[in-house]
Design a protein around this ligand. Structure first.
Ligand code: TPP
Ligand code: MG
Length: 324
């Protein structure tokens, strides 16, 4: 088994910066949404940052990430420019999808960020298709595919696991189990019980469950998974137990959740947990945190300004990018 390399100060500080960037970017997008500057849906990832930042930075530049509609965290962890992401949220021509996709459809081909998708589970066959292409071309790329507990009840989930296993495809199925699909708790929606990773067993896919609120635990798990998948041993399944601190989308008052439950999970805030642990290990200090916070605030303010000042797509461009 590969041993996780020792953490270095620069890496720790960068991982911390990425989690804070996701948090502040989303707080700002929530603010802009409330002002009516963002239309359509906005699903915040706040509380789940340790998953994106614990996994995506381990990938190589040629690997692929496939996401769902709760995609801001995944995109930013893959290095997507916050300005292009925020402009997309505002539907501007300078957005990463030309302002045509919005929050749920961030995309960046250069970085192998192959999209957020609004159809629950719809991203899974896309990830399997990418992995099949990799296999047929005999490349050593890996596909990291994120989905929620709700997706685990879709037919595409089972079709994707089956084909990936039969064809031994280089894909990591990464289930973000935040205990709810919209307002429904997993205990009420999954006949198989809460440990959803067990669903991978009948498909002969090695599966593990990890604490999704703990960046280091996620990182260690993903390091091993990538190693295995890259060595052509077939797919791996990871289930991270996590919690979204906000409602399903900005339109959700979250009335189905007990506030005591939310508060309990907030005590396990992944950014705080990482900060405290890194303070103890001497890899991060108050001055670093202050510097990083300042840098991130500036980057988010710049992204918001860029997005606000960017032009709308022109009416003449309505047929651009239409396939067929
Ligand atoms: C095929 C399909 N069915 C229903 C919906 C409506 N819908 C949007 S999000 C969602 C919940 C999905 O929950 P989960 O997969 O757990 O992801 P989370 O929002 O918790 O990150 C549903 C049912 C949809 N977009 N697509
Ligand atoms: Mg969920």
């Amino acid at each position: 088994m590969k041993v996780a390399p020792k953490l270095e100060k620069t890496l720790v500080q960068d991982l911390y910066r990425q989690m804070v960037l996701i948090r502040r970017f989303e707080e700002e997008s929530g603010r802009l949404y409330m002002q009516g500057r963002i239309h359509g849906f906005l699903h915040l990832y706040i509380g789940e940052e340790a998953i994106a930042v614990g996994s995506i930075p381990i990938l190589g530049p040629d690997d692929y990430v496939v996401s769902h509609y709760r995609d801001h965290g995944h995109a930013l962890a893959r290095g997507l420019d916050p300005k292009a992401a925020m402009a997309e949220l505002l539907g501007k021509a300078t957005g990463c999808s030309g302002g045509r996709g919005g929050s749920m459809h961030l995309f960046d081909l250069k970085r192998g960020f192959m999209g957020g998708y609004a159809i629950v589970g719809g991203q899974m066959p896309i990830a399997v298709g990418l992995a099949l292409g990799i296999k047929m071309r005999r490349e050593r790329r890996v596909v990291l595919c994120f989905f929620g507990d709700g997706a685990a009840n879709e037919g595409e989930f089972h079709e994707s696991l089956n084909l990936a296993s039969i064809w031994k495809l280089p894909v990591i199925f990464f289930l973000e189990n935040n205990l709810y699909g919209m307002g429904s708790h997993v205990d009420k929606t999954h006949a198989t019980g809460r440990d959803l990773y067990l669903a991978a067993e009948p498909y002969q896919i090695p599966a593990v469950q990890v604490d999704g609120m703990d960046l280091l635990a996620v990182r260690e798990t993903v390091l091993h998974a990538i190693d295995r998948v890259r060595s052509d041993a077939g797919p791996v399944f990871i289930e991270a137990m996590a919690y979204r601190f906000r409602g399903h989308s900005m339109a959700d008052p979250s009335a189905y959740r007990d506030s005591a439950e939310v508060e309990l999970w907030k005590k396990r805030d992944p950014i705080e947990t990482f900060r405290v642990r890194m303070f103890t290990d001497g890899l991060l200090g108050p001055a670093d945190v202050a510097r990083i916070e300042k840098e991130v605030e500036a980057a988010v303010a710049e992204a918001a300004k860029f997005a606000e000042e960017s032009p709308e797509p022109t009416p003449e461009s309505i047929h651009d990018h239409v396939y067929g």
